[in-house]
Write a protein that binds this ligand. Structure first.
Ligand SMILES: Cc1cc2nc3c(=O)[nH]c(=O)nc-3n(C[C@H](O)[C@H](O)[C@H](O)COP(=O)(O)OP(=O)(O)OC[C@H]3O[C@@H](n4cnc5c(N)ncnc54)[C@H](O)[C@@H]3O)c2cc1C
Length: 476
C-alpha cells in the first residue's frame, strides 16, 4: 500500500476542479497527498514559452502553494536540467515521498506525450504508475467525431456535435472541492520568483496570476460583460472580452467552471438564449476545437500546414519587414497598435490578432510560422493549439472553411473596429493628435512630421502578389 499519492502539476495550476488532485485525494493514502511542479527551462525554450508566461506561471504556482497548504498538501519544486531528465526527476520524487501513483493532466502535444511515456516507464521500473487525466478540455479529444467516425476539420459542425455529445454525457459537471488531507510531514519548497533566461518582458500588471484572481475575473465578466460580449468583443478599445486566456492556457482556471458559470447566467442554456452568452460559449468551443485538431492531426505540432498542399507557398523572406512588424513600425496604424500592445502587455485582442496575422501572411507574404513564433515568445496566454490554429486560419492554410483569397484590408478593418482611433491613440502615441478620419491612414507629410513610417507595402499590390503566390502553390 502506497504511503502517499503524488500530483504532478503541469497545465492545471489550480485546486478548484482539478481532476488529478481529485483522483489523488480519492486514493485516501494514509500519508496524504504531495504536489510537485518540475521547472524545465529546456522545455520552455524549445516550446518558445514566453518570459511573460513564465512569470505568470511562477506567480500562479506561488498562489497554488498557499491553497494547497490549506489542504495539508505540500508543493515540491524541482528543476530538470534538460527535457530528457524530467522523467527521472518525477520518478525520483515519487520514490522519495513513497508514492506509487503519480496523477497528472494530459497534455496533447507530441513532446509532452513522449515525456509522459518516458515517465510512465521510469515509474514502472520502481513499481509505480503514471495516471493521466483529461482535464484541459471539457470533452476528451476523440469523443466528438463525424458520422463516419472521423475527426472534424471545420469548426461549425464540430461545435454542433460538441453540444450534442456534451448533452448526451450529462452536461457540464465540475468536481466537488477536495477536502483537507492527512498531514504528510513534508514541507513545501519556496517557488522561485524568477528563472534565469526568462526575465519578464513587461511588468505583468495586465494579468494578475493565480486562481483567486482568475475566478474574480470570471465572476466579474459574467456579471457585467457577458451579455454585451457579442456587441463589444470586436472593439479593442473597450474591455469587452474576458481576458481569461492566460488562466485557461496555464490551467489556472478550469474550462468546465467557465462554461458552467456562463450557462448558469444563460438560464442553463449552452446554445441559444442570450446572444452574448451564446457567443462566449462558442469561443470556449473554439478552444476545444483546436485542441481536438492538434490531438487528431499531430502534424500541426510539427511546423506543418494543416492542409499539406499549402506548405508549397513561396513566402517572402524580408528581414526588414519582419523587424518592422515585430516592433510596430509597418506604417499601418492598427497593425502597429496591435504589435505594440503585444510588446507592452504580453496580450493582444482577438480582432487584432486576426488583423495583424492576416497582414503578416497576406500583405507581407511572410511565412506564418515566423509570426506564430513571435507571438509565442511574447504571449502570456501562448498556447500551441490556439496560436497555431489562429495563425493557420489567418494564413488560409488551416482548418478554415473559407478559401485563401479572404484577405483583410487593414485600413478598412481599422475604420470598422476602431472607428474613433481610440485604440491606435493609446498604443501609437505619436498619432494621438490625429482625428478619427486621418488616423487610420495618415497622409505622407503628416507621417513625416510625426516621425511615423510610410506603409512598408502597398496593400493593393501586396494582395495581387499574394493571390498569385497562393494560386501557384495550389496548381504546383
Ligand atoms: C493569430 C492568432 C493567435 C492566437 N493565439 C492564441 C494563443 O496563443 N492562446 C490563446 O489562448 N488564444 C489564442 N488566440 C485566440 C484568441 O485571440 C484569444 O484566445 C483571445 O484573444 C483571448 O482573449 P480573452 O481571454 O479575452 O478571450 P474571450 O473572447 O473572452 O474568449 C474566452 C476564451 O475562449 C478561448 N478562445 C477565444 N477565442 C479563441 C480562438 N479563436 N481560438 C481558441 N480559443 C479561443 C480562450 O481561451 C479565451 O480566453 C489566437 C488567435 C489568433 C487569430
Amino acid at each position: 500500500m502506497a504511503t502517499r499519492s503524488l500530483v504532478w502539476f503541469r497545465s492545471d495550476l489550480r485546486t478548484v476542479d482539478n481532476a488529478s488532485l481529485a483522483a489523488a485525494a480519492a486514493e485516501r493514502c494514509a500519508g496524504g497527498v504531495v504536489g510537485l511542479y518540475v521547472i524545465s527551462p529546456g522545455d520552455w525554450k524549445r516550446h518558445e514559452v514566453s518570459p511573460n508566461r513564465v512569470a505568470y506561471i511562477l506567480g500562479s504556482l506561488a498562489e497554488l502553494s498557499g491553497h494547497l497548504a490549506k489542504l495539508n498538501i505540500p508543493l515540491l519544486i524541482r528543476t530538470a536540467a534538460t527535457p530528457a531528465k524530467v522523467a527521472g526527476v518525477v520518478a525520483q520524487v515519487a520514490k522519495e515521498v513513497e508514492a506509487e501513483n503519480v496523477h497528472a493532466g494530459i497534455e496533447y502535444e507530441i513532446n509532452e506525450a513522449a515525456r509522459d511515456a518516458a515517465t510512465a516507464t521510469a515509474l514502472g521500473k520502481q513499481g509505480g504508475k503514471l495516471q493521466l487525466h483529461h482535464d484541459q478540455v471539457i470533452l476528451t479529444p476523440g469523443t466528438v467525431l463525424t458520422g463516419s467516425d472521423k475527426p472534424y476539420t471545420v469548426f461549425t459542425p464540430f461545435k454542433n456535435n460538441w453540444f450534442k455529445v456534451l448533452a448526451a454525457s450529462g452536461g457540464v459537471r465540475t468536481l466537488p472541492a477536495v477536502k483537507a488531507q492527512p498531514q504528510t510531514g513534508l514541507v513545501s519548497d519556496a517557488v522561485p520568483e524568477k528563472v534565469a533566461g526568462f526575465e519578464p518582458l513587461c511588468d505583468g500588471s495586465f494579468f494578475a496570476p493565480g486562481q483567486t484572481a482568475a475566478h474574480k475575473r470570471l465572476t466579474e465578466f459574467v456579471q457585467s460583460r457577458l451579455s454585451g460580449y457579442k456587441a463589444n468583443r470586436d472593439t479593442p478599445s473597450v474591455p469587452g472580452t474576458s481576458r481569461l486566456s492566460a488562466a485557461l492556457a496555464s490551467g489556472v482556471i478550469s474550462p468546465r467552471v467557465c462554461l458552467q458559470m456562463a450557462a448558469e447566467a444563460n438560464g442553463g442554456k449552452l446554445d441559444g438564449g442570450d446572444l452574448g452568452a451564446q457567443t462566449w460559449i462558442s469561443e470556449l468551443v473554439w478552444r476545444e476545437f483546436y485542441k481536438h485538431v492538434l490531438e487528431a492531426f499531430p502534424r500541426v505540432c510539427m511546423n506543418r500546414a494543416f492542409k499539406p498542399g499549402w506548405d508549397r507557398v513561396k513566402w517572402i523572406d524580408n528581414a526588414e519587414w519582419l523587424e518592422a512588424w515585430k516592433r510596430g513600425r509597418t506604417g499601418y496604424p492598427i497593425v502597429d497598435a496591435a504589435q505594440r500592445q503585444l510588446l507592452a502587455t504580453g496580450w493582444m485582442h482577438n480582432r487584432l490578432r486576426m488583423i495583424t496575422a492576416m497582414f503578416f501572411t497576406k500583405d507581407l507574404l511572410a511565412d506564418w510560422r515566423l509570426g506564430e513564433s513571435h507571438f509565442m515568445r511574447h504571449l502570456v496566454d501562448g498556447d500551441l493549439s490556439a496560436n497555431n490554429g489562429g495563425w493557420q486560419w489567418s494564413a488560409g492554410v488551416g482548418t478554415d472553411a473559407a478559401p485563401y483569397f479572404r484577405i483583410f484590408n487593414p485600413t478598412t478593418q481599422s475604420e470598422k473596429f476602431d472607428p474613433q482611433g481610440t485604440f491606435i491613440r493609446k498604443y501609437v502615441p505619436e498619432l494621438a493628435e490625429l482625428d478619427a478620419k486621418t488616423i487610420h491612414d495618415p497622409p505622407p507629410l503628416v507621417r513625416m512630421r510625426l516621425n511615423y513610417p510610410m506603409p512598408i507595402v502597398d496593400h493593393g499590390e501586396a494582395r495581387e502578389r499574394t493571390l498569385k503566390a497562393y494560386k501557384a502553390a495550389a496548381v504546383s
